[in-house]
Each structure stands twice: as C-alpha cells, then as structure tokens.
Design a protein around this ligand. Structure first.
Ligand SMILES: O=C(O)CCC(=O)C(=O)O
Ligand SMILES: [Fe+2]
Length: 299
C-alpha cells in the first residue's frame, strides 16, 4: 500500500516537473517566491502587454520601417528586407539560417522605447542595466531574434555567465525544450566547452549518449505576447515553428552573482591570469556598487 502511494507521488512529481507552468497576472512577489528563488522556468502569458511593441512587430512592419538595416550572418550581409524574405520562404526541409540576431541598442535603437519597461515588472533587479556592467560587456544586450519554420538553435546549451534569460515572443510560434536543473550528467556537456552539448536532442544517438534516456525535458510552445523566463543553470534549446520574432535579454543580480564571478574568473584565466585578475577586480567592484544601491533602495 505504502509502496503504491510513494509510487503515485513520484509519478505525480514527474508529471508536474514535465510541464511548463503558464501564468497570468501573478504578482512580482509570487514570481520571486515560486519561480525565481527556486530557479523554475515559467511562461508569462501576457507580461509583455506593457510594451508598445506587443502586437505591433511583424515581418511587414520591419520591412516597411527598417528594411535597409543590415546584419552579418556567417560571412554574408543581409538587409532586414532580405532577412524577412528569407524566413518567410523558409521550410522544414530547407530552413533559413537560425538564429538571425539584431543587436537592438546598436542596430535598431528606435525600438527601445517600444520595449519599455524592458523588465516587464518582473526582471528586477537587473544589475546589467548599471553603467558598470554595461561597460564590461557581459551579455547585457537586448536582442531581436528572427527565424523561419524549421530554424533550430544550433545546440543544447547553458547561457554564459550563469545569466537568467528572458525571451518574449512577439510574432509567430517557437518551441522550446528546457531541462530543469540537476540533469547535467545526463546531457553530456562538452569537455572543452561545458556550456554546450553534442547531443542532438531532436534525434538522439542513445549508443553514444545512453544516459540521455533518463533526462526529463520539458517541451512547450510560446506564442505572440508570451514571455519565457529561463533561470541560470537551465539547459535549453529552441525551434522556430513559423516565422518568428522575439526579444531576448539577460538578468544578473545578487542571486546569480557568485556563479557569474566564478565564470568571469574561469573564462579569462585560460587566456591570461593577469587579464583575469583585472576583469575579476572590475566585476567585483561593479557588484559591490550594485549591491550597495540595492541595499540603500536606489535600485
Ligand atoms: O530563442 C532562441 O532561439 C533561444 C535563444 C537562446 O537560447 C540564446 O540566445 O541563448
Ligand atoms: Fe540560451
């Protein structure tokens, strides 16, 4: 009897773990307690309603307003119009290159007011907004992701520097696969590049990666207006189901700062110990300044 009870509980826990929660109108406090603190991914159904961009962005809109802006992908340069034509004719069997990324502050700064407040009233505090971290160029960039049907993010990965990722879908549908924390051993991080895995999760080779059989991915689709929160340390990848336009940014604060600092050291140590010390010292000062502002209530 007890065995059956325990088995049922375990099964239920597994089922719960294998579904993403989609939430609507939760308070900031609830988000912090139920998702941010424990590091659980979640989808906000309409947090982006505070953005003017919500419902406005479309391939035609970009072609009309910013058709001549250009982007480098591989060794080719594309204009926005070419990018949109490419993704609109993309198919599963002959997909457009993915992802095509525009750096919003440098290539499309006019969009910034349409994405205000960037934090959606949830991604707070974000130390990457501080001048200190902006200067350090640690991933605090707002990016526009454009894709077409069949576009696959090239690998299963963790985001660098243990930053939290916030991805808002503004046009089309994208499928995400996320692996809740604690499955590192089952996902075969590369020895020389432990942020990536060689696993092709869409067609896994179980003879080469037998432990992957025990991994418990969560797969789900996000559509227009929905925002995905990916806590640091969560392995993930994405697949564009239709023509897609998303906005992505990262978040750093006291929660992921210790792991961030470790990465600042580890990444740079391999190149030069001296450079690593300088970077680490700078990131340490930047962190103290942000922490102080937070404690004093300025952030
Ligand atoms: O939207 C996507 O394709 C996923 C992007 C992503 O995971 C990343 O840039 O690190
Ligand atoms: Fe990522």
């Amino acid at each position: 009897m007890i065995t059956i009870f325990i088995y049922t509980c375990e099964l239920q826990l597994n089922l719960i773990a294998m579904e993403i929660q989609k939430v609507d109108a939760i308070s900031y406090k609830e988000f912090m307690k139920n998702f941010y603190e424990p590091g659980i991914p979640v989808v906000f159904k309409n947090a982006s309603k505070v953005w003017q961009a919500n419902g406005m962005f479309s391939p035609d809109w970009f072609k009309k307003h910013y058709g001549e802006r250009s982007i480098q992908k591989g060794n080719k340069t594309y204009t926005m119009t070419e990018v949109m034509d490419l993704v609109e004719t993309s198919t599963e069997s002959s997909p457009a290159p993915y992802p095509i990324i525009f750096n919003i502050p440098s290539a499309l700064p006019e969009l910034l007011p349409m994405l205000d407040p960037l934090h959606l009233n949830y991604a707070i505090p974000n130390w990457l907004d501080s001048k200190w971290f902006k200067k350090g160029k640690w991933g605090g960039v707002t990016e526009l992701f454009i894709g077409g049907p069949g576009g696959k993010f090239p690998y299963l990965h963790l985001d660098f520097y243990h930053l939290n990722a916030w991805i808002t879908q503004l046009y089309g549908e994208k499928r995400f696969t996320v692996f809740p924390r604690g499955q590192e051993d089952l996902l075969y991080p590369k020895r020389d590049d432990p942020w990536k895995s060689d696993l092709n999760i869409f067609n896994p080779d179980y003879t080469k990666f037998p432990k992957f059989k025990d991994a418990t991915p969560i797969e789900f689709t996000i559509g227009p207006g929905e925002t995905l929160f990916i806590p640091f340390g969560t392995w993930h990848t994405a697949y564009s189901l239709t023509t897609t336009i998303s906005v992505a940014f990262d978040q750093l604060n006291s929660k992921n700062y210790p792991k961030f600092m470790n990465d600042v050291w580890e990444f740079n140590r391999k190149k030069s110990r001296k450079k690593a010390l300088v970077k680490y010292g700078y990131a340490w000062l930047a962190g103290q300044s942000c922490r102080m502002k937070e404690v004093l209530g300025f952030a």
